[in-house]
Design a protein around this ligand. Structure first.
Ligand SMILES: [Zn+2]
Length: 247
């Protein structure tokens, strides 16, 4: 009886050990490799942190997606009031699987003097200009010298463009940025190409980028549509950009 019990205990322990070894070998190397191949490559860097002088800070998250792919620069926060789409972009991009390209996201954090969310029109607080100046001073030099295939500038609006709720455009007509924007629009269901002709932020980022070798276009989203639809539009946008063919 005792011997039988001992044998049973021994077999039980051996089974547990084998099970544990199998579980450990399944989990440990796989996860470590995945972490090394993907997440470990993502890095975070503060580009400028002098709010007293600049009215805000600038940071960058590098290497989202395929760290070995062609590089794309994305910018959020040029207009601090429009932060709902900035947050949406930052939320959705890391959830996209099997991206072809490598995404660096520049984040402008204006710390004061921007309008309350919901009062998008007019957006006339000094923080709007602060964001634009941070873009020109810190983000533009990094992108223009950063070997990027293109740049995306993410914005929102309060419904000022008639039936145009969700759209892309380059402020420089005839630019490569325009043709990339048109390709994105034609490959998506819900993103149109619409150039409002007048932008306040263009001269601080997308215009000089287009003029100096980095095709750039805006994404504009209506701030008052539901978050689910904003999320879906953002996935459409990123998918379309990720399938662009660069020259
Ligand atoms: Zn804007």
């Amino acid at each position: 009886m005792t011997r039988k019990n001992n044998l049973r205990n021994l077999i039980f322990v051996v089974i547990i050990l084998i099970f544990a070894i199998v579980v450990i070998t399944q989990i440990m190397p796989g996860n470590n490799n995945n972490t090394l191949n993907t997440k470990a490559e993502v890095s975070h860097e503060i580009i400028s942190n002098n709010s007293a002088q600049d009215g805000g800070s600038v940071e960058v998250i590098r290497n989202i997606g395929n760290p070995n792919g062609k590089k794309i620069a994305c910018v959020v926060g040029v207009h601090p009031l429009e932060n709902d789409t900035h947050k949406t972009f930052l939320k959705i991009l890391p959830t996209m699987n099997n991206l072809n390209y490598c995404y660096d996201v520049y984040i402008i954090n204006v710390t004061e003097d921007f309008s309350k969310y919901g009062s998008l029109h007019p957006d006339d607080q000094p923080g709007r200009q602060t964001g634009q100046e941070l873009a020109l001073k810190y983000v533009y030099p990094k992108i223009v010298n950063g070997s990027y295939e293109m740049a995306l500038d993410v914005h929102a609006h309060g419904g000022a463009y008639g039936e145009h709720n969700t759209f892309v455009f380059s402020p420089v007509s005839g630019s490569v940025g325009e043709s990339y924007g048109r390709n994105v629009s034609s490959s998506t269901q819900n993103i149109s190409y619409y150039n409002p002709e007048f932008t306040t932020s263009g001269p601080y980022l997308t215009v000089p980028l287009n003029q100096n070798g980095v095709p750039a276009f805006y994404f504009e989203e209506n701030s008052f549509i539901s978050q689910n639809i904003k999320d879906a539009h953002m996935r459409e946008l990123i998918n379309a950009i990720d399938n662009l063919k660069f020259k």
